[in-house]
Design a protein around this ligand. Structure first.
Ligand code: LLP
Length: 414
């Protein structure tokens, strides 16, 4: 479903013109479509109909309370990687009993708050973490439910920075060590072994890495069963890619069907941790052209959004389509779309053929995932406002930051 479409030569989010959003709320701002978010979640869930499954939205991809609340109301659980994300989920009305806690560096305090909240499962990533969690739970007089995150040594065929399931990544327990660590876990008084977890990377556009990883996970589940360790759920992580330009990621229903076939008649719940697939194409970053700057070698369009607002292009050389909100007639020029930050890496797009004038609005597409969530205040730039569109209604779901708040916690020494 595409919630961002042209009506009368003007780009809209649902029934709301992006020009009117810019007029009312100023730029740069993130604009999300409530119906696109809802549709993405429902589409994901539809693939799992009739199956014992839990969809845990990966909070890191877009942690705005309004978005978490929307997914919670639709029945989602949540994948968190910090105590901060747990606090957000609870503040947004999420159910702790549907929370899985991933991440390689959980602190004692984070473990305590998650045990206290009564989360669904800890995805434990090392032997040391397992020992620490057993100690924390023992101190609290509780039992912590766990999966081990297994590193299946599978190539996800994605950008190296967002590939996590290879031997040389910091994530998970090596496949070869898994049985031994499970036996240790099963013998711990304050640990309850519930599941097996794996996550091999992000923006994966082929089915085969998922299938290979699942085969390895199932072989482990069967080996555990032979050792009297009964697995209640398998967490397959996130990672399903979206279309930024011409990628053709598998439909989730195809993926789900393949997994269910492989699972066979084992009585095991399936857990998924999608982030990008639920929010990526439900948001755009709206920005204004401040200056056009032709130089001897390049034409620059300097816009009011920058790498601090959307760092994916600078960090991963990621491609985001860039659309004029009100396309003009004329002969296009080739532009570098850049921000005002003082770095040559501050670009949002290279070599875009566009007809532009100063003051024009541009929509940086597919910016709903890892956009606002990875933004910063670099160059003392207040972070952008976030707007949720619902039909012809607009709601500010995060106000634009104020400059004075950016140095509120700082102190001049006497
Ligand atoms: N579960 C775990 C344990 C993860 O580490 C991640 C993402 C997810 C789920 C969600 O993956 P997704 O469904 O969104 O692919 N900043 C990068 C992406 C980093 C992904 C990190 N882990 C980007 O902008 O492309």
């Amino acid at each position: 479903m595409n919630a961002f479409t042209f009506k009368n030569n003007s780009l809209h989010a649902e029934n709301t013109a992006l020009t009117s959003i810019a007029n009312t709320f100023d730029t740069p701002c993130y604009v999300y479509s409530k119906s696109a978010l809802t549709h993405a979640f429902q589409n994901f869930s539809a693939g799992l109909q009739g199956c014992d499954a839990l969809v845990c939205f990966a909070v890191k991809s877009n942690p705005n309370l309004a978005i978490l609340n929307l997914f919670a109301k639709l029945g989602a659980g949540f994948d968190i990687v910090s105590g901060g994300e747990l606090a957000r989920v609870l503040a947004a009305g999420g159910d702790a009993k549907k929370v899985v806690f991933s991440g390689v560096g959980k602190t004692e305090a984070e473990m305590q708050s998650a045990v206290e909240a009564g989360i669904f499962c800890f995805n434990v990533e090392s032997r040391s973490e397992l020992i620490r969690l057993n100690d924390v739970a023992s101190f609290m007089g509780k039992v912590a439910p766990i999966s081990l995150r297994i590193n299946p040594n599978v190539d996800a065929k994605t950008h190296p920075y967002i590939s996590t399931g290879l031997k040389n990544n910091k994530f998970g327990v090596a496949y070869e060590d898994a049985l031994d660590v499970y036996l240790q876990a099963a013998a711990m008084p304050n640990i309850a072994v519930h599941g097996v977890d794996c996550h091999i990377g992000s923006q994966i556009t082929e089915l085969s890495p998922f299938l290979d990883a699942f085969d390895r996970v199932l072989a482990l589940v069967d080996a555990l069963e032979k050792n009297n360790i009964h697995i209640q759920h398998i967490d397959l992580g996130g990672g399903i890619g979206i279309c930024y330009s011409d990628e053709t990621p598998p439909e989730f229903s195809t993926y789900a069907t393949a997994m269910r076939e492989k699972l066979g008649n084992r009585n095991i719940k399936l857990v998924f941790e999608p982030g990008r697939a639920l929010v990526g194409n439900a948001g755009v970053l709206l920005t204004k052209v401040e200056y056009l700057k032709p130089t001897e070698s390049k034409n620059f369009a300097i816009v009011d959004a920058a790498m601090n607002d959307l760092m994916r292009p600078a960090l991963y050389d990621a491609f985001h389509d860039i659309k004029p909100v009100q396309p003009r007639e004329g002969t296009p020029n080739t532009y570098e779309i850049v921000g005002p930050v003082c770095e040559s890496g501050d670009f949002l797009g290279h070599d875009r053929n566009l007809v532009l004038s100063e003051g024009d609005l541009l929509a940086i597409m597919s910016a709903g995932a890892y956009g606002m969530s990875m933004s910063s205040n670099y160059n003392t730039r207040p972070r952008a406002a976030e707007i949720m569109v619902d039909g012809d209604q607009c709601h500010v779901i995060r106000a634009r930051e104020q400059i004075k708040d950016l140095y509120l916690l700082e102190k001049i020494l006497p």
